[in-house]
Ligand binder design. Structure first.
Ligand code: SF4
Length: 475
């Protein structure tokens, strides 16, 4: 039976979120409707992530849960990087899967669904020369902050990473296509565009780079904010650094993964930078845009990482004073060079290092958040909060803000999509709670409805990310 309703569940990075949105538009253009929350869908697309073992396993365990009480099941499509990496093998692992489609082939979903509905079991993990973007419907509606993929794939081959194998070589979308899609997003309601790519700052059309593209997009009337992610230090050009100082619409936030503070480990990871080149780069970024908030990625316990290597990572964190950072335990991915390296690190050491790194990052995150208390800034309102009248948005530094429900003017905020506000108080992030010692939450007490809801400890001086709440609305 041809499905009439669908549900798409995306795991992993923002590029998967973007792909999920495009698949949804594609299926909508075929006359299918998104299933309502809590409603069974005729078709479920699992848009998977392969970057960590846990993410891939989660996709398979989700498939098992799709079997209904009466024994029936929806049509199941496995998409994303697990689909690309495992291909037909995925169907052997889980016979419930009806079709397997890689991230470069999802424009073929409608015909593959028709084949699967007719009893076929299609698998497409090709990386065709024709751009899938040409086969996707035009963008119509957009959220206040919208993703726009400008680049896909990676040529860097970091030794721990599957992306070059699952997403293929670096490919940049054409300039005109990107500009047209940006216009469509703004016409559809977007006020912020986040340019996406596995190595977004490697975007090039042969003679222009990401800096020129950003300058062009900044001329679009109605577009107020531009961000981009994720970047590689090796592709941070002089022009891009200068754009941060000169393009007002380019937000003062840069996510620049470093992964380790040890040059020995960076070399083993095949990262093409050292801690010195990375730090010099950040100095230049801060000179170009003094209020920039810096964010990074870290992998702890890479094979062969010694305590001394790990200490070097902590030192780097102290030196940079990140406003935010994402840290992960090393996860061996089959087929990558690091998976077969000697000196894999025991799990208890991994966990100890991750906890210590979280604590160090949280200290700097708290300092950054505190530096913004009382600072009036523009908030892009993105969605309604759980409480009636509550609005949630983002500051230029990508900090979440909640606009309390007791403050009216909702209609005005909706119309403008922007509110001017100052941080009044901070509330802890879930990361803090994961890193906090056992029992700390209860010892510190739980006062106030907000803290009870978040399970917060109330240990205010130590909490890195109290939700930033606007003090007052300005006209
Ligand atoms: S640069 Fe990023 S996407 Fe490319 S291989 Fe390294 S970690 Fe993976």
């Amino acid at each position: 039976m041809t499905p009439k309703t669908f549900k798409i569940k995306s795991f992993g990075c923002q590029m998967n979120v973007y792909d999920g949105e495009r698949m949804s538009e594609l299926l909508g253009a075929q006359g299918m409707a998104a299933a309502a929350d809590g409603e069974d869908a005729d078709l479920v697309v699992l848009n998977t992530c392969h970057i960590r073992e846990k993410a891939a396993e989660k996709a398979y365990s989700d498939i098992g849960r799709l079997r209904r009480e009466d024994g029936s099941k929806p049509l199941i499509a496995l998409a994303g990087c697990v689909a690309q990496a495992e291909g037909a093998e995925a169907r052997r692992r889980s016979p419930m899967i009806d079709l397997v489609v890689g991230p470069q082939a999802y424009h073929r979903l409608p015909e593959m669904i028709a084949q699967a509905a007719g009893g076929g079991r299609p698998v497409d993990t090709d990386m065709p020369a024709i751009s899938k973007f040409d086969a996707l419907p035009a963008r119509r509606r957009a959220t206040p902050s919208a993703f726009l993929t400008v680049q896909e794939g990676c040529d860097k081959f970091c030794t721990y990473c599957v992306v070059p194998y699952t997403r293929g070589a670096e490919v940049s979308r054409p300039w005109d296509d990107i500009v047209a899609e940006a216009h469509a997003l703004v016409d559809g309601g977007a006020r912020e565009i986040v340019l996406l790519g596995q190595n977004v700052n490697a975007w090039s059309d042969g003679h222009r780079g990401l800096a020129e593209l950003i300058r062009k997009l900044a001329t679009i009337a109605g577009l107020e904010r531009i961000r981009y992610t994720t970047s590689h230090p090796a592709d941070m050009t002089d022009a891009l650094i200068a754009a941060h100082g000169e393009v007002d619409k380019l937000m003062p936030y840069l996510h620049l993964p470093v992964q380790s503070g040890s040059n020995r480990i960076l070399q083993a990871m095949n990262r093409s930078h050292t801690t010195d080149t990375y730090l010099r780069l950040l100095e230049r970024m801060r000179a170009a845009r003094p209020d920039i908030a810096l964010s990074g990625d870290f992998i702890v316990a890479f094979p062969g990482e010694t305590e001394r290597d790990f200490e070097a990572t902590l030192q780097l964190v102290d030196e940079v004073r990140y406003a935010a950072a994402y840290s992960f335990k090393y996860s061996a991915r089959p087929g990558t060079p690091a998976a077969t390296m000697e000196d894999q690190i025991p799990r208890d050491v991994m966990e100890d290092r991750l906890r210590r790194l979280h604590e160090r990052i949280n200290t700097h995150q708290l300092a950054f958040n505190r530096s913004k208390v009382g600072v009036h800034t523009q908030i892009l309102i993105e969605r309604a909060g759980r409480q009636d009248g509550q609005m949630i948005g983002k500051s230029p530094w990508l900090r979440s803000r909640r606009r309390p429900r007791h403050r009216p003017a909702r209609a005005r905020v909706r119309a403008a999509l922007f509110a001017r506000a100052a941080v009044r108080r901070l509330r802890p992030s879930p990361d803090y709670h994961r890193a906090a010692p056992r029992g700390a939450h209860r010892r510190a007490g739980q006062q106030g409805a907000d803290r009870r809801r978040s399970g917060c400890c109330g240990a205010r001086p130590r909490c890195p990310d109290w939700p930033l709440q606007p003090a007052r609305q300005r006209p």
